[in-house]
Write a protein that binds this ligand. Structure first.
Ligand SMILES: NC(=O)C1=CN([C@@H]2O[C@H](COP(=O)(O)OP(=O)(O)OC[C@H]3O[C@@H](n4cnc5c(N)ncnc54)[C@H](O)[C@@H]3O)[C@@H](O)[C@H]2O)[C@H](O)CC1
Ligand SMILES: [K+]
Length: 526
């Protein structure tokens, strides 16, 4: 299964490259149609008529091809054409003819008189297939096409959209005029950004696995270099690759534990955080690290909150900031750290210590107040971008806006652009949190996390994530594991834990993470 995410132009390039390599457009359409028919058979609620609404481009061609495959399974099919048959392209026309020969009923809704029938046809359907527009939508829907979308949405039948819900911009996830509210979207060949950007998630329904129609993975990978991503701007890293976080990636991060393992095998994470009124944050981060499987967790907090943090932390070692032993030149305990997390609940008066941590030759994750201090201090900014060791920033949109001196709206209106700008500006890994968290490497490899739930919008869930990712970085340091895979798996598992029922406190979220993580480790033993 492909997990690549492409822009509409990149997909067109990959499509063209594939046809030049010898697979005809007719054949690609045929394979897409077969995948659509298989998905309809999987999800149609009852045996009955399938109505396929056909638009002016190749998306409609996929719809005609699907009709023929459905007919071969004896499914009654009505094809409703919103444009005259003689305006369709050659491959699409051939598929239209084959669908008719296979027994599909063709209905012309391209004139006002015939369009009036659309509603009646829709109401006869057990399922509607939306083959109006795919990646070729270039302007807002209007007239009959917009009315057709409104009627599909009102008909209250399960809708499967081919490639993307018609009316949704495949790159930005914006609604162009109006858009079909799909129950299922079947991506053709690869995933499109529009499912997750903007309001895309509200229109895409359940995303099915992308249909493999014969576009080689190698071709999909070359598309990023061949066609610039629309988010690329002067101040951003060039997008080099894009995929979403999937269960295989999450599985790789937690192999079976060896029978003779001991706590030293699983990473030592050091967490710097806490201040008066914010004593829970470093504790939640330490729970996150332990939940993700860290062997040893240490917390360093300011002296005034030391008694509170230490008394609430049974499973971690807690040091007060001025005790000194932890950072003594030559034999400081921090030399044992495999990764450092700085920021949860720290307050903004820690610039001196933060500057020292930036000099420590260990993977360093900067979260919360560490990010706010960096945003306000040009000297710290240079030290971040000049660091040789692995550095990861984990801003939420507000922190990202401060780091880029822009507004939260600027960040949210194009999150991909924002994450790539942060990479360029700070020359490090960035995890831009929020609905559909994005991770980007300094080289421009972007990962999108499709899992998660509004339940995660709760105090402390970000602290849990910071600790989890601290553990992931500790494993990278100890075992030289792939950083993207480890960060992706951490973010993915946090999202999956958030989807579970049975928790409402961030500390309980950590429990959910631990349960899922243990399940993965044990599964590797089966
Ligand atoms: N990914 C692949 O390898 C393959 C994808 N296929 C499918 O083809 C579509 C993309 O086809 P394309 O013809 O480029 O685009 P559309 O079907 O979306 O239609 C574009 C068509 O419509 C016109 N148009 C654009 N906007 C409007 C508007 N608002 N109102 C009216 N008309 C509009 C535009 O001028 C074009 O003529 C992809 O999504 C897949 O479903 C292939 O079948 C197989 C290979
Ligand atoms: K569509």
């Amino acid at each position: 299964m492909s997990v690549r995410i492409l822009s509409a132009d990149q997909m067109r390039w990959a499509d063209m490259t594939t046809t030049e390599a010898g697979i005809s457009g007719f054949e690609l359409m045929d394979r897409a149609g077969r995948a659509v028919a298989d998905a309809v058979l999987d999800y149609m609620p009852d045996f009955g008529r399938v109505v396929i609404v056909i638009g002016p481009g190749n998306n409609g061609g996929d719809g005609f091809a699907a009709a023929r495959y459905l007919r071969s399974r004896r499914i009654p099919v009505t094809l409703v054409m919103l444009v005259p048959l003689d305006t369709l392209g050659g491959d699409t026309l051939m598929h239209a003819e084959l669908a008719r020969e296979a027994g599909a009923k063709l209905r012309d809704a391209s004139s006002d008189r015939c369009f009036a029938e659309l509603n009646r046809w829709l109401l006869r359907a057990v399922m509607v297939v939306d083959a109006m527009f795919g990646t070729g939508l270039t302007r807002p829907l209007s007239g009959r096409l917009a009315k057709a979308v409104a009627q599909i949405n009102q008909a209250d039948r399960p809708v499967l959209s081919i490639d993307i819900a018609s009316g949704l911009n495949a790159d930005s996830g914006e609604v162009m005029g109006d858009a079909v509210k799909a129950d299922f979207t079947l991506p053709v060949a690869a995933y499109k950004w529009g499912y997750w950007m903007g309001v895309g998630p509200e229109f895409s329904g359940r995303l099915l696995p992308a249909s493999a129609i014969g576009v080689e993975d190698e071709t999909l990978c070359r598309a990023w270099a061949a066609v610039p991503d629309p988010s690329v701007s002067k101040g951003s890293t060039v997008l080099r690759s894009a995929c979403f976080i999937h269960s295989d990636m999450i599985g790789q991060a937690w192999p079976k534990r060896h029978r003779l393992s001991h706590k030293g095998n699983f990473g030592r994470v050091w967490i710097f955080g806490g201040s008066a009124g914010f004593t829970g944050a470093p504790r939640l981060a330490s729970l996150g690290a332990l939940a993700a499987g860290a062997g040893l967790v240490s917390v360093v907090c300011p002296d005034d909150v030391y008694p509170v943090v230490a008394s609430g932390s049974l499973e971690t070692m807690v040091h007060s900031q001025s005790s000194g032993a932890w950072m003594r030149e030559g034999d400081g305990l921090i030399d044992q750290a495999d990764a450092i997390v700085a920021g949860p609940g720290w307050g903004c008066a820690q610039t001196t210590l933060l500057a020292r941590l930036l000099d420590v030759d260990r993977p360093l994750l900067l979260d919360a107040d560490a990010l706010n201090m960096i945003a306000a201090d040009a000297a710290l900014q240079s030290r971040v971008s000049e660091r040789d060791s692995l550095t990861v920033l984990t801003p939420h949109p507000g922190e990202a806006a401060r780091l880029l001196s822009c507004t939260v709206d600027d960040i949210q209106s194009d999150r991909k652009k924002a994450v790539l700008k942060l990479c360029k500006r700070y020359a490090c890994w960035v995890v831009l949190k929020g609905n559909e968290t994005l991770i980007a490497s300094p080289q421009g490899d972007v990962m999108l996390n499709p899992s998660g739930s509004p339940q995660l919008a709760v105090a402390g869930s970000g602290d849990v994530l910071a600790g989890m990712l601290g553990r992931q970085l500790a494993v990278c340091y100890r075992n030289d594991t792939d950083v993207g895979m480890m960060l992706g798996a951490g973010v993915g598992l946090h999202g999956e834990a958030g989807e579970q029922n049975g928790w409402y406190l961030a500390g309980e979220l950590a429990g959910m993470v631990a349960g899922l993580r243990q399940g993965i480790e044990r599964k590797h033993g089966d």
